[in-house]
Design a protein around this ligand. Sequence first.
Ligand SMILES: Cc1cc2nc3c(=O)[nH]c(=O)nc-3n(C[C@H](O)[C@H](O)[C@H](O)COP(=O)(O)OP(=O)(O)OC[C@H]3O[C@@H](n4cnc5c(N)ncnc54)[C@H](O)[C@@H]3O)c2cc1C
Length: 638
Amino acid sequence: MKQGQVCQVQIMTPPKSFALFCLNHVFNHVAFVRSVMMARKFNISLVVAALSLITRILPVAVAVPDSVLRARHVQTPEELRDSYDYIVVGAGTAGLTIADRLTELPERNPSDPNGDRQTAHLYNLTSVPQIGLNNRTIPLGMGFGVGSSSAVNGMVVMRGTVKDYGIWDQLGKNGSNWSWKELLPYFKKAPSLFTFRHEMRNPFCSPEPGTCRGLQHYAWGQYNDTRLYASFPGGLNPAIRIPLPADGHAGNHGVFYYPLSVDPKTRQRSYSRTGHWDGLNRTNYDILTSARATKIVLSGENAATGVECILTDTESSCESQQRSCDIDRSHPYASASATERSPCILLKKAKIPFKPTWGGCELSRSPNRTPYSVQFYKTTPTTYLELDPSPAQRRTRSRSGGRSSTPHRGTICLSRHRLFPRSPGSSFFRSTRHRQLRSPRLQSPKNLLAEQMLSSSPSSLSFLHWVIGYGTAPGANLINFHPTSRGTVSVDPDNIDAPDPVVDYRALTNPVDTDLMIAYLEFYRRFFGPEGPLAGYRAVEMAPGAKVTSREDLAGYIRTNYIPQAWHPGGVVDDELRVYGTRGLRVADASVIPILPGGTTQLTVYVIGEKAADLIKKTWKGKGGKGASGGKRGDKNR
Ligand SMILES: Cc1cc2nc3c(=O)[nH]c(=O)nc-3n(C[C@H](O)[C@H](O)[C@H](O)COP(=O)(O)OP(=O)(O)OC[C@H]3O[C@@H](n4cnc5c(N)ncnc54)[C@H](O)[C@@H]3O)c2cc1C
């Protein structure tokens, strides 16, 4: 090891295997945690699970009781071992999952969930001014700390639809299967990490699609709520053609309730740290805190051989070596952070050959699977009260298994439905104006997106809505997980060593996105209007306001209110998560999602972590490894 300005973590031929995290805290009084995990492998490979580009970093203590933390906590370069089999950069949702799986041991202590949402633990980064949004800059949603974004997120647990993952699969070229069927085993694994606020016997109602016994499983707990259903005699379907799937986690769209990853008794957050780190008893797993990975070291043949990082408290350096590595980044905005954190734009610059397929060039530069979220309806206080269930509705709730508790002031449910159930429907996208949805390449994410938008099939793309009350506010909140404008995350061309990425959402640069939002607004006007299924709520439109009707005015409202991110960005790599043109370098985090699923992302990211670990384990075969099942590595309780 050597001291200096830079911490270099290199990985050598593995005498021992382990995981190492670099946890950093950053400027502006905001603590950052970066992590580098090094995990054991039988042969050679490095996994970096998250990089990002933050400048100055302050050390931050990680509040983990010794009794809980069993992975070796490394705080100085001197404590690093000479070599590691894997390095995982990023102690986030995917990174912790991968490190856990690569270091699995038979013993596992029960989790000790601690720490609720720490909203202050968000990186203090903003995008460049957005031309399409009246030059507003948009804060980036990205958590730091052990657990990172899963430690600060809204805890909504959702799967995407069968179609969502089908698109991923269609985009794959290397034979790695990302279909619903392939991912289902990983989805089933993830719930064991969570304790849920909704005390359901089976939190997902059905590990197997279609085996759920009823909506009531989702209809109690925080939202105490069958009111929505009571509001729609005959269900939503006749009114707005939105189905009510019996199982919200069986890959369908429709209106359903969802669980939260919160312990129902203690109300403590259940997240990647409690599920994948606390309580681990691993001698092959080290974690380095207060360090920021700055560069992935590549050999002459573009083989990843190590990681350089800065120890943020002492500004000292560390160094180790490795024969080869799989590098897995574990945060979308990390994609452009270290020098070789390059998406396609940097690969091009470096003249590294790549095939823009699964996580193609366009997407890899893009954080722009950015949801749209605008609250545009509110109810008056009078109407507010009327949201409480009637005696009849209470009886309905009771019959359906819901709990009797203080009536919530609004009804919350999740609607994931296809575009524009009544109209303009598919014809909306067939207009000349929307031909620009398509791209010249046939099997491109953009084309598949367009195809789904144009489709009238019930399995086509779905969009997400929280209806009547997002959080505690009455109203509606809609999220578009399928924007067509593509953004970029890149290094600063004027300062390639700058730690912060340049993030440009390029929000609303494709006019289709504005048209989508206008159509959404109009849909909600129908939905809440006197002729709509929620007429009984007598909702009053507060914003944009009933007077805002022309396309021009609605577009103006959207420009000033549109938020081109709702904490679920995405972007990078081929379908085996390898960075094009390199060896031993993988990215596994939310950024690899080629097209966002129509749902919140944390569960999908856990699945990506699980799949990444299996992809890596496959390379153990024939090299002294035990293969994907991990042999002795498997904890019994998984
Ligand atoms: C405020 C908020 C609310 C959300 N709400 C929900 C929700 O309700 N439901 C849901 O399903 N999803 C939600 N999400 C999204 C979900 O939490 C994320 O998609 C998911 O956790 C991302 O996981 P990840 O592994 O890709 O990144 P993260 O979990 O963010 O991990 C990235 C890690 O990489 C580290 N890192 C970055 N750069 C470096 C570097 N240079 N060196 C070392 N380490 C580095 C970071 O510090 C961090 O530890 C929310 C997200 C946020 C931010």
